[in-house]
Design a protein around this ligand. Structure first.
Ligand code: SAH
Ligand code: SF4
Ligand code: F3S
Length: 430
């Protein structure tokens, strides 16, 4: 019996797929590779309309396979909110599991094989008890620390797809990190929708970082995603103490306008955001800050947008993901705030923002030319199939040539060239 999982969305989804793969292999399934799988699972993302449209297209295409006997299951964030609707629209789907119901995978597949349809979106799943993962990235291990979100930003569907915040017990996080390190993983990425709000008994997130960094053998500990409202002084303190805590932080801004931030219900002002990032820049050596921005949210004037541009210029982000506002079901914004910036205007603003950010990144990346950085090699280069890629402490992508297989190694690389999105270098010594 063979399986294939296709994953949309964020690292949380990627990691859920890794855990699911582990459970499928325990049930005797093997990776299908290029063959038509006996079991095809699509792990869906609901965060923007585009991702959902792509999902529908993929479900449509999978009909060819289901006619030949493949069982099709949809899991992830769209499953949680659409439930039976998915099967009503696409009767060739056998099961729909929400992110809180993956522990039922075995029963679900058995029922599906008998021709029963299954829809489960309960949250009675001790997902943090997960005993193993088929890790998809070499050298980098994802480790869940929390799931869900209590923030309810007005534009965001995630609190409805992932439910309320749930925290994984400290000892289970530490056990999984130790197991990954024993297997040779050099980078640990602690995952959660809002990692900073993790807590367990008297421990807070910075205590967790402190405990994880005492485990020997980790090169970099990264954590994704942070929230400006919960990003504490203690987290900056521990980042300032350096490796193995990564100097990279992903801190979504969303907008630089106080009016827009308020309508988004983000819980901070541009001034507060600038204060946190200035402190990170001042206190953390080699600090690197990534962010997310939404353009064209309800009521965003061009003047509001220029406030976002201004924050980009002030912070000089090291990377940025930017999106056109996409109204989502169940959200406050869909019901009460008009989607009143035209599609053309959103796209214009997005382009302006990305052009500026490209220039900023190119300028910052050029400062790396001539320097030697440590790089954890993680795979083949996306640009040049004869080259490899990896990331440095700041999370920059570095491409380089290598005789043999460098994957999983930490190399010293001399940086020779810089583009806006990646660097090119040569191995310095070994
Ligand atoms: N928990 C994280 C990630 C949320 S989803 C956080 O709070 O940052 C990842 C990104 O998708 C968000 O940061 C936001 O920039 C974007 N996003 C979320 N909802 C969106 C929407 N309705 N339209 C466009 N982008 C959206
Ligand atoms: Fe969505 Fe806001 Fe929660 Fe992030 S903090 S997941 S943007 S509701
Ligand atoms: Fe998408 Fe769900 Fe992640 S909506 S971004 S897969 S939490």
């Amino acid at each position: 019996m063979t399986y294939r999982i296709y994953t949309f969305g964020c690292q949380m989804n990627e990691h859920d797929s890794e855990n699911l793969a582990f459970n499928l292999e325990k049930m005797g399934y093997e990776k299908a590779g290029e063959k038509i799988p006996d079991l095809f699972i699509i792990n869906s993302c609901a965060v923007r309309e585009k991702a959902v449209q792509k999902l529908y297209t993929m479900i449509g295409r999978a009909k060819e396979w289901t006619k030949k006997g493949t069982i099709l299951g949809i899991i992830g964030c769209v499953s949680q909110v659409e439930r039976e609707k998915l099967i009503r629209r696409f009767p060739h789907i056998s099961f729909v599991l929400g992110p809180g119901s993956y522990s039922y995978i075995k029963e679900t597949v058995e029922k599906a094989k008998r021709g029963e349809k299954v829809v489960l979106t309960r949250w009675d799943n001790n997902w943090w008890e997960t005993k193993g993962s088929v890790r998809i990235k070499p050298a980098v291990a994802y480790v869940n620390i929390m799931e869900g979100c209590d923030k309810f930003c007005t534009y965001c569907i995630v609190p409805f797809t992932r439910g309320r915040e749930k925290y994984r017990p400290l000892s289970l996080v530490l056990d999984e990190v130790k197991r990954a390190v024993d297997k040779g993983f050099k980078e640990i990425q602690l995952l959660g929708q809002n990692v900073d709000s993790w807590r367990w008994e008297e421990y807070k997130f910075w205590n967790l970082l402190d405990r994880v960094r005492r485990i020997k053998g980790i090169k970099w500990i990264r954590f994704i995603t942070s929230h400006p409202k919960d990003f504490s002084e203690e987290i900056i303190n521990i980042m300032a103490e350096g490796e193995p805590i990564s100097p990279y932080v992903h801190l979504p801004l969303q907008s630089g306008s106080n009016g827009v931030l308020k309508r988004m219900k983000r819980g901070y002002t541009r001034e507060e955001y600038l204060k946190i990032t200035a402190e990170i820049r001042e206190r953390v050596r080699n600090s690197s800050i990534g962010t997310d921005v939404i353009v064209g949210f309800s009521g965003e004037t061009y003047k509001d947008f220029l406030q976002t541009i201004d924050v980009l210029k002030k912070v000089e982000f090291d990377n940025l993901y930017s999106f056109n506002y996409s109204p989502r079901p169940l959200t406050y914004a869909l019901r009460f705030l008009a989607d009143d910036v035209s599609k053309e205007e959103k796209t214009r603003r997005l382009r302006q923002l990305q052009e500026l950010q490209s220039k900023i990144q190119l300028g910052k990346n050029k400062r790396f030319i001539g320097k030697t950085v440590e790089v954890l090699a993680t795979g083949r280069s996306a640009k040049d199939e004869k080259a490899f890629m990896g990331r440095d402490a700041t999370f920059r992508v570095i491409n380089f040539k290598y005789n043999g297989n460098p994957i999983g190694k930490i190399l010293r690389i001399n940086i020779k060239e810089a583009g806006p999105h990646s660097l090119i270098g040569e191995v310095a010594d070994e």
